[in-house]
Design a protein around this ligand. Structure first.
Ligand SMILES: [Zn+2]
Length: 102
């Protein structure tokens, strides 16, 4: 899995609705270091739980920081147990009752 700060990267995939199980996308969009340096509006959290299956998925630092800088940056995220992306509102930050994306 790779990361890019270029919204026009041709390997980026947009979530368009329910998916068949598949590996994670080749590339995910993250905010630039310059944007991240403007400060976080949420704690940097690195793991979330899918409400439906109860499984924990962890993320890398840049993805976690992107959520912390801009909680609504992503519309959907990946569940490792279900092997698919789902709307962020279907996940809770690990150890909290706060929905991802809120
Ligand atoms: Zn799941």
């Amino acid at each position: 899995m790779g990361l890019t700060t270029d919204p026009n990267n041709p390997d980026l995939k947009r979530y368009t609705g329910p998916e068949e199980p598949a590996p994670q996308n080749k590339v995910y969009l993250v905010l630039s270091d310059e944007e991240l340096a403007k400060g976080f509006v949420r704690p940097v959290r690195t793991a979330y739980v899918h409400k439906k299956c109860g499984s924990l998925t962890t993320m890398g630092q840049k993805l976690s920081e992107t959520y912390a800088r801009d909680p609504k940056f992503y519309g959907a995220t990946y569940c490792c147990a279900c092997s698919a992306h789902f709307p962020v509102s279907e996940f809770l930050w690990d150890g909290t009752d706060q929905e991802v994306g809120s």
